[in-house]
Design a protein around this ligand. Structure first.
Ligand code: NAP
Length: 242
């Protein structure tokens, strides 16, 4: 790690975000732990981080709510500039386009894409002043290839990839690196209702991934070893759709 400064992980009360937060704590970072509603889950993750000897500051807010985000983060940003940001918070509201409700389009776009815009805009200002930083967006294979029943989610994730590439060009001269980790099927609550038997036929490695396997990729992108990597999309997908 470059120095002792925290990393903000959004959506870290469970699943991939929780694994990312713990893995980054293992690498020596303090964590600002965002989530929306699962206080018990977030407290359990915070306990694991503190057991590693790192600080964990819980920052519950809805990433689509600009005012709530500013209220939670501005006092922290006045004290300290985070080394990294991982925008991981996410939800799905799947249905075929012909049946998709306007509210499910708005919600998915707001959490993934507007959330990424809002949180990156806020954090990057202090990173620019500090002249260093790492930003990782958690997208999805769906954002690269599309997926039936996921017009909203595919558009949001594809938008995150494009936004990350634009930002990477914008802030490279300030020593801020921006990349995307794009998971395939990962074993979390998000996929518990999917027909996995059918879907695994399309995964060359023949299994779902573990949240820890996504966390390892994020940890690498935060490391000194990834210092010449920016604007890239790193798939963690068992070979899906290659
Ligand atoms: P998960 O287990 O359902 O966890 C989602 C996390 O996001 C929770 O901590 C949740 O907080 C938080 N969250 C949801 N809406 C939020 C909001 N508006 N504001 C703040 N936090 C919010 O999902 P996951 O599978 O770990 O997914 C994590 C990310 O990976 C998502 O962006 C997802 O799209 C992406 N991804 C997942 C897979 C997969 O197969 N699992 C594949 C590709 C990409 P609370 O529970 O506290 O509300």
């Amino acid at each position: 790690m470059s120095e002792s400064a925290p990393i903000l992980v959004t959506g870290a009360s469970k699943g991939i975000g929780a694994a990312v937060a713990v893995r980054l704590a293992e690498s020596g970072y303090d964590i600002w732990l965002n989530y929306r509603s699962d206080h018990a889950g977030a407290a359990a993750v915070a306990g694991r981080i503190e057991a590693l000897g790192r600080k964990c500051v819980p920052v519950p807010f809805d990433v689509a709510d600009e005012e709530a985000m500013n209220r939670a983060l501005e006092p922290l940003l006045n004290e300290e500039t985070p080394y990294g940001l991982v925008h991981n918070a996410g939800i799905t509201r799947d249905s075929l386009l012909a049946m998709m409700r306007r509210e499910d389009w708005d919600l998915v776009l707001n959490v993934h894409l507007t959330g990424f815009f809002l949180v990156s805009r806020l954090i990057v200002k202090s990173m620019i002043a500090a002249r260093r930083g790492r930003i990782v967006a958690i997208a999805s294979t769906t954002g690269e290839t599309g997926q039936a029943g996921q017009f909203n989610y595919a558009a949001a994730k594809g938008g995150m990839i494009a936004g990350a590439k634009a930002l990477a060009r914008e802030v490279a001269k300030r020593n801020i690196l921006v990349n995307v980790v794009s998971p395939g099927l990962i074993d979390t609550e998000m996929i518990e209702d999917l027909p996995l038997d059918k879907m695994l036929a399309g995964v060359p490695l023949g299994r779902v991934g573990k949240p820890e396997e996504v966390a390892a990729a994020v940890d690498f992108l935060m490391s000194d070893g990834a210092g010449y990597i920016t604007g890239q999309v790193l798939g963690v997908n068992g070979g899906l759709y290659i």
